[in-house]
Structures are given as C-alpha cells and as structure tokens.
Design a protein around this ligand. Structure first.
Ligand SMILES: O=C(O)CCC(=O)C(=O)O
Ligand SMILES: [Fe+2]
Length: 945
C-alpha cells in the first residue's frame, strides 16, 4: 500500500518568512495568521535590534503594510489579536528607535489615525465607566463610602493585572534603559502555546508530525484576552488594492539584492535612490517631510488625498500597501531571499545613543513641569471699581467695567497671580498619591466585563503615547496630529454602546453605513492633542501621564523652520506667532503660550482633569470662591438646560394656590413663595423671589417629595433625572479637581467619595418676577435674594442670557459688591452661558476656611426698575448625610491651618468666608448636622406658613 504522498510542513512556517537572521518583506504579505505571527514575532526583535531593518522597512513598504494590518482592526480571535499586537509593537519599535527620517516615514505611513483610534477607544470606555461609577455612587453610597479609599485598593489590582497583561511592556517598553541601549535577545522560533496548536491542528490531515516542545521563553505576548467581533471585510486592508500600479517600479528597487556589507552585516544597505525624499539625509533639511512625490503616500495636508465623489478628501492608500508580490518581479525573488539573509549586528550605536531620545524622554513630573494658565481664564474675579485694572492680554489699562474687572483681577500687570488667602499651593512637588487615583474606572473590579476585551490595553495606550512623544516633536509633521481621523475598523463606539447603553443625550448609533466604514471617506477633523491631554491626568498611570505630558509639550515647541515661532497652545486655535515671542507666556508655568485671553479660556474646560487644572480651580476657589466652567466636558447640553428652564417657567406660571400644594417643609423640599425666605437676616428687606426645591430622587429615580403629577411623570420626569445627573456628575468632577488641586493624600477622589445618597443635594428652581407697576419696591433695600453664602459643598448656578443680577463681595471687601456677568468677556457662546460654580460653607468649613465660601446676592437690574423676570437654577451639592467633616489629608490644608494658628487667627471673618467660617478644630461634625445648623439659622428668620 502506498503511503500518503503529502506531509505537513512545519506548522509555523510560510514559504517566505522572517527569522532572527532573515528579513524578507514578502513575509509580511502572508495572509495566513499563524505564519504571519511567526514573522512578526521575529520582526519585533529585528526592529528593536537593527537600525538597518528599520531603515529598510521604511523604503520597502514594510511600515505601510504593518499599518495596514493595524487598520484592519482587531477581532475577538486570539490569533488575530496576537498578530495585531505584534504589528503594533513593530511600528512602535520603528518609530521610537528610528532616526528622524524613519520616524517621518512612520507618520507618513498613516500611523497617527491608528494611535488616535486607540486613545479615542480607551477614553470612551473611561468616560462610560466614570459615568457608571458616578451613578453607582449615587445609588449605592454605602458601598462607595465604606470600602475605604478605592484608590488605595486599586494599585494592587493593577499590579496583579499588569503581571498578566504587561508582557508587551516587559518585553519592550518598561524602562528607558531597555529602550535606549539594551538589545533584547533574539526571539526563539515562535511555537504555539499548546491550546492554540491543538485547535489549529484539529482537522489537519496528519497529526503524525509532533509539535516541537514549547520554547523556554516566548518573547512575544500571547493574546491574554480577546477582543470584540468585527465583520470580516473583504477589502478592509487597502494594501490589497492594486490600484496604485504606477508605484510598482518605485518599489521594485529595494527588492533587489546586493552583496555583503563591509560591516559584516550581510543585508544590503539602502541606497539613496531607493529612499523616499523625506529619508535622504542631505536633502532632508531642504525638503518637507511629506514631499509631493509619486513614491510618497501622503501629500502635504493641504493637498493630501484626492477628492472623493462626495467632495471629501480621498485618503489614498500607500503605494506600499500593496502586496509585495505586486511590487516584485518574479525574476528578483530568488535573489531577494538569498540577499536578505541577515546576521545579527554586533553593535548598533544608533540604538544606544539616539540623540533625539533625550529630548523626549519624560522627566519625573514636578510642579514646575506642570503647565498652568492664569486664573483669569475662567474665574470671575472681582475688583473694586476704583482700583486700577490692567488687561493682561493687551497690557493696556481698561475701563473698570465690572465685566472686564471680573476677568482681569486674577493676574496683576506682570501676569503673576496676586496673593491668595492661605499658602500658595504651587510651590510643592506633585505628591505620589495623585497617581493612586490610577485608572479607577478601568481597574475597578466592577468594570463592565463585557467591555474589557473591547478596549485597547493599557500597553497599547502607553506605546501609542510613547510613539507619539517621539514623532510629535517634529514641527513640520504637526499637521498630521492636528488634522487626523479615526480608523473605522478600530473604533469601538458601537460595542461600547451595546455594553453601556446609549450615551446620555446622544442619539443611539445605528448600523454603520458603508461610508462610515470607509476610511478614506473620513474627514480629517480629529486633533490628537486633546485626546492625548486626557492622559495627563493623575488617574492614569504615571507612565501614561509622563508620555502624554511630553506630547503636550511638543505641541508648544517652537518651529525653527518658521523662524522660531510657536503655535497657540489652544489646539482649537492653532494660530502661529507672526514673530518670535509674540504670544505671552504663562507667567506661572513659564511654558504655555496663548494668542489671546479667549484662547486661554477656551482651552480650559472641565474635561481637562489635569493637575494643572485642579490647581487652577483650587486657586480660584481660594481666592474668589466662584468660577465659571464651560458646559463642554459635562453632561449639560444647551437643550437639556433649556428644557429644565421651560419646566421651571411652567411650574411658576401656575396659580399660587396650586404651587402652595407643594409647600416647603423642614426637609427643605418644596415650594417657597414670595417674601417667604430671608437669606440676609441682618437687613430688613423683602426678597422678591419664589423657589421650588427638589431633593434627591430615590434608588428607583423617583422623587421623594410631593410633586405636581405633570412634572413627576413621563418625559418631564426623565428630563428632571437627566438634569440632576448632569448636576451630580459635574459636581463630582469639580470635587475631584479640588482633590487634585489640594493634593489630597488619600486619593484625589477624597471629596467625591464622600458624596452620594442620602444627602441634602437639591435642585432649586428660582423665579424672580419683574416688578409690577406701582410696587412699593425700594431700590436701596429690596433685593431678589439677600446676601448669603450657600450651605453645601459646592453650588452650580445656571442662568439665562439676558437675566443678570448676581453680585459677590470681592476678596477682602465686604463693603462693596461686584456683579458677576452671565457671560464672561470673550466667552464663545452667546446663547448657552457657562455654569457658575461656587464654594459652599461646608467645603469652606471642611478645608479650614482655605476654600472661600463667598457671600453673594441677587439684585434687581439697576437700569430698569421693573426689568424682566429672572429665572435661575441652582444645584446645591451636599456630602452624604453621615459624612464626617474630618480633616482633609492634604499638606496644603495642614499648612494653611498651621499658618492660621501661627497668626492667632480663629474662625475667619464671616464676610470673608461666607457665614460658614473655617474649621479650626478637629471636631467631626457630620454633613447633616452642619446642614441642619445652617438651615436652622435661616428657618429662625423665616415666616412659616
Ligand atoms: O439666582 C441666583 O442667581 C442665585 C441664587 C442663589 O444664590 C441661591 O439660591 O443660593
Ligand atoms: Fe446662593
């Protein structure tokens, strides 16, 4: 009997493959996953150890091919995942370790959208997890309250997780030493982990050839987790399009062999003729890094891409996206294989001493490194009208209009922040505990398990940021970072929606259209810098923060090719200086430069939870107790706020008899009518306002008070819930920023952890009617709301565009009032005002008076007696009822208390810090006791019905 006349070749080998001693470009075109993994595994080693291989990969289309593999997206299939990880690692190796021309080629090969997509996906999950956590806290405060500091638990979880997940980093990225000098050992021939091998072997015609035993070390990371399913697409890899036939000759060059090199490295060197223009060293300075060349895949940004039928830019696939088979003439093949045998280089000095490395290696973050913006960006400071007032942006004296003064007080002529009450917290180094807020969303054991496999790994983010740090420093490449797009097949928006439900206030995502899946149809409307900035915050790992900070610093680099000018640090603006040193530098960080005050303000919003922002917020809270935040980065949308005001109008339009059915009780919930409340008992004045207090909803999101049925049902109820959620989550963000700014040692979520249910949180609808003709109103004594400070931790105030009236005492001046405009000068919207945040008594008390609970009031407009009705909505944020007002573990607070004691100061003067005073003893009052005490004072003077 004849034996079967076939045998199984070594299961891991393709006919053309890459090993530790052989590089063959065609191996990357392999369509079979396993052999490709094998080749990529070795390529990961080669790209680490050999500058020549990196060089060659940029001329033979290897980089583009790798990018194509990445753009195909990831699938749940473990092997695909493994392949993706390896390809990613190879590109990162090339970009991080390569020379400037090599890095340029990595950018030109369109790697930036891949990184943007990774960062986008990761932050998407972070955001949803954070929202989930916020609402869990709200629903189940006991859990979040008693579990101790979450942030203290998490690093352990992280450590465990990292041992499982960190192999890529261990392999390549964990320390800069390894990056800069140490050569990794060549990988052993990749063998399959047994389960994969078994699976793969199942159904094979012959099981007789035993698989070799597993190697002692496997340097690449097996897929430690799976990813989401993606449709298998025929044309997902544009490298398989053969539409760029005109480029074939250009690619054929590198495929020819050359004899052994004198340095003992038998790989042929790259000839200049084979290089892309951006790679030719002598020409490099003279030509842009993205020349218009038939051999260059991407044209400069202005011309980049052809127009699609829809008029959008077609992102032309790289010529090197083609299979190398297309590029290589068959007669060359033998020679290529023979001549691309490489021996391991004995030394590669470029790997060890990359002159560029020093420039981008992140330093330990110090306070000086933190970029800070002047307080004037967002903070309605106040200034007595008789004081000189200098506009810092224009450096010219301005009329001391209240509006201007509110925005300019924060910095003096020199741009230095004026002295603040209490110690300047800016002089201290960043404390390590900031990092213990590490990724609390993602490493929370309750993290949606369905989503964990979907999101990029921490390692992917870290590698992406690291690569960006190395490539973003080249100013002529900056447009690639400021105008990029997301790769449709890498995006996980729909999977995230499935796992978490539709995003609040967002339309559910339907099935993707064909256009949405076509990468070349995506507009270049994504700026990578805002994405990166999200990783500068303390709740990401220290490494992520460091690399992200390097990238952000690169944004502010001066461009020598433009005569040493810099770009406005507001990435939405992007304006360049007309001449060096035109834009004023932030006096505090000595680094950031903005073209205008507007840009400074615009670039600050709540989604930026960096230490810098926390510091600025705390500075404002110390000095003014009031600040604006932009609704961007919160759950507030213009329509949500508008509909809440509509409900408010509807409520107050009811006859008084109807409203009085919901009269306020001692629980502080319900309706309070005209002249009923006296906020400033020291004055014999009437208050022309009515209000409706809505306390927090219960676990089923139902009101816990008597409410008009039309308001507490159906869409209106849903709307109230959404509004309340926006308020609560915004407050938690602000509290976290305060935790960051105060460098709280027990986790920066120290304050927000102490908020949840049950609490005294209240949404208050306010109506200040216009005065009827012939009223007995007295301009001198009567007000809409008397002077008071708020009782809780923080208050959010939402106002309507044409309805001003709020006034505050400026710092140290309890004898005068300064108006707080609805829109600060230069604000970007005229219809959707920013949210005003003010510090309440409780937070002032909690921080020993360091944060200022500012006295404020609402007056009738001076210009007209009657004015128009004023509607406003306040959200009074309170801690958990039984949260103890114990000392905040913060060096800044401790120092403040010490300085108070040194100066013999007790409780601050009432008018300086509201009526709550400062906590000077350690006695622990609960939040509820504090609230009752404060409400008691008000109720005492209140006319009870
Ligand atoms: O209506 C306003 O603008 C302020 C209201 C206020 O301060 C309060 O209700 O505590
Ligand atoms: Fe208030």
């Amino acid at each position: 009997m004849r034996e079967v006349n076939f045998s199984i070749p070594n299961g891991n080998k393709a006919s053309v493959y890459i090993t530790a001693t052989l590089y063959d470009r065609r191996a990357l075109d392999c369509t079979s996953t396993l052999p490709l993994i094998n080749s990529l595994n070795h390529l990961a080693y080669l790209t680490t150890s050999s500058a020549r291989i990196r060089d060659i990969l940029t001329v033979d289309g290897g980089v583009e091919r790798l990018v194509c593999i990445l753009k195909e997206g990831r699938s749940r299939d473990e092997m695909h995942m493994w392949k993706w990880n390896l390809a990613f690692q190879c590109v990162v190796n090339i970009g991080v370790r390569g020379t400037e021309p090599v890095r340029t080629r990595v950018v030109e090969a369109d790697m930036v959208p891949v990184i943007a997509s990774i960062l986008h996906d990761y932050t998407l999950v972070v955001e949803r997890e954070r929202q989930k956590l916020d609402s869990d806290r709200q629903r189940n405060p006991a859990k979040t309250k008693t579990n101790g500091p979450r942030s203290a638990r998490l690093p352990r979880d992280l450590a465990q997780e990292q041992t499982i997940r960190g192999s890529f980093l261990e392999h390549q990225m964990t320390n800069s030493e390894a990056r800069q000098g140490r050569r990794q050992a060549p990988p052993p021939s990749l063998e399959l982990a047994q389960p994969f091998a078994d699976r793969l072997a199942a159904g094979e015609p012959s099981q007789t050839a035993p698989l070799p035993p597993p190697p002692p070390t496997v340097l690449t990371s097996p897929p430690e987790r799976t990813t989401f399913n993606r449709p298998v697409l025929q044309h997902q890899n544009r490298s398989h399009d053969s539409r760029d036939a005109f480029d074939r000759d250009a690619n054929a060059g590198p495929s020819t062999g050359v004899p052994n090199n004198a340095d003992g490295f038998s790989l042929r060197p790259v000839r200049d003729i084979d290089r892309l223009p951006s790679m030719v060293p002598p020409l490099n300075s003279a030509i842009p890094s993205n020349p218009e060349s038939p051999t260059t895949p991407s044209a400069p940004p202005t011309q980049r891409g052809m127009l699609s039928p829809a008029g959008r830019r077609l992102r032309r696939p790289s010529i090197r996206h083609q299979l190398s088979n297309d590029d290589v003439h068959m007669e060359d093949v033998d020679t290529i294989v023979e001549d691309t045998v490489v021996e391991q280089e004995a030394t590669d000095t470029r790997d060890r001493t990359d002159p560029d490395d020093g420039e981008v290696t992140p330093r330990a973050t110090t306070r000086d490194d933190e970029e800070r913006d002047p307080l004037s960006l967002t903070i309605p400071g106040t200034l007595p009208p008789n004081e000189d007032n200098v506009d810092i942006a224009q450096q010219t004296p301005t009329a001391a209009t209240a509006l201007e003064s509110l925005l300019t007080q924060a910095e003096n002529e020199d741009g230095n922040s004026p002295a603040v009450n209490g110690p300047q917290p800016t002089a201290s180094p960043l404390p390590p505990p900031l990092n213990t807020y590490s990724n609390f969303f993602l490493r929370n054991p309750q993290t949606n398990s369905a989503i964990v496999p979907l999101m990029p790994r921490d390692d992917d983010v870290l590698m992406g940021l690291q690569l960006l740090a190395y490539i973003s420093k080249y100013c002529d490449l900056r447009h690639y970072f400021q105008a990029t797009h997301l790769v449709p097949r890498l995006r996980i928006d729909r999977e995230v929606e499935k796992a978490y439900g539709p995003a609040p206030e967002a339309e559910p995502l339907g099935e993707p259209t064909e256009d949405e899946l076509e990468e070349y149809l995506q507009p270049d409307d994504v700026n990578i810098f805002p994405l990166v900035e999200k990783f500068t915050v303390p709740h990401h790992s220290k490494d992520m923060q460091s690399w992200a900070c390097v990238v952000m610093r690169n944004l502010c680099r001066k461009d020598d090719a433009r005569g040493g000018t810099r770009q406005c640090a507001n990435y939405k603006c992007g304006k360049w200086e007309d001449f060096p040193k035109q834009f004023a530098k932030c006096r505090r960080c000595k680094r950031t430069k903005y073209c205008s005050k507007e840009c400074q303000r615009d670039s600050w919003n709540l989604s930026d939870t960096s230490a810098d922002n926390g510091k600025r917020l705390v500075d404002a809270a110390i000095k003014y107790g009031f600040l604006y935040i932009s609704p961007e980065g919160t759950l507030f949308t213009e329509s949500l706020v508008q509909s809440q005001f509509d409900l408010s109008k509807q409520f107050f339009a009811q006859p008084i008899s109807e409203k009085e059915k919901y009269k306020i009780g001692t629980d502080n919930r319900g309706f309070t009518g005209m002249h009923n409340e006296i906020l400033d008992p020291s004055k014999d004045s009437k208050e022309f306002k009515e209000a409706f207090n809505m306390g927090e909803f219960n676990d089923d999101r139902m009101p816990q008070q008597n409410m008009p049925p039309w308001l507490a049902t159906g869409e209106n109820l849903e709307q109230l819930r959404n509004f309340e959620e926006a308020c609560r989550t915004t407050c938690n963000r602000v509290l976290d920023l305060i935790g960051i700014g105060l460098e709280v040692e027990d986790g920066v979520d120290w304050f927000s952890r102490r908020h949840g249910r049950p609490s005294g949180c209240t949404v208050r609808l306010l109506h200040y009617p216009s005065l009827p003709e012939g009223t007995d109103y007295s301009l001198d004594t009567d007000v809409r709301a008397g002077a008071h400070s708020d009782y809780g931790s923080i208050t959010l105030l939402l106002q309507r565009p044409s309805q001003p009236g709020l006034e505050i005492h400026p710092p140290g001046r309890s004898d005068i009032w300064s108006p707080v405009p609805v829109f600060p000068s230069g604000y970007h919207s005229t219809t959707f005002p920013p949210i005003l945040v003010n510090i309440g008594d409780l937070l002032s008390y909690w921080t020993s008076g360091l944060l200022r609970s500012t006295v404020h009031r609402v007056i009738f407009p001076h210009d007209t007696k009657a004015g128009e009705d004023r509607y406003s909505i306040a959200y009074f944020n309170h801690p958990l009822d039984d949260a103890e007002l114990v000392a905040v573990p913060s060096r800044i607070i401790r120092e403040h208390k010490e300085s108070l004691q040194r100066n013999g100061a007790g409780v601050e003067e009432e008018n300086e810090h509201g009526y709550g005073g400062g906590m000077t003893s350690e006695r622990a009052m609960t939040a509820k006791e504090h609230l009752m005490k404060r409400l008691g004072a008000t109720y005492k003077h209140r006319v009870e019905r």
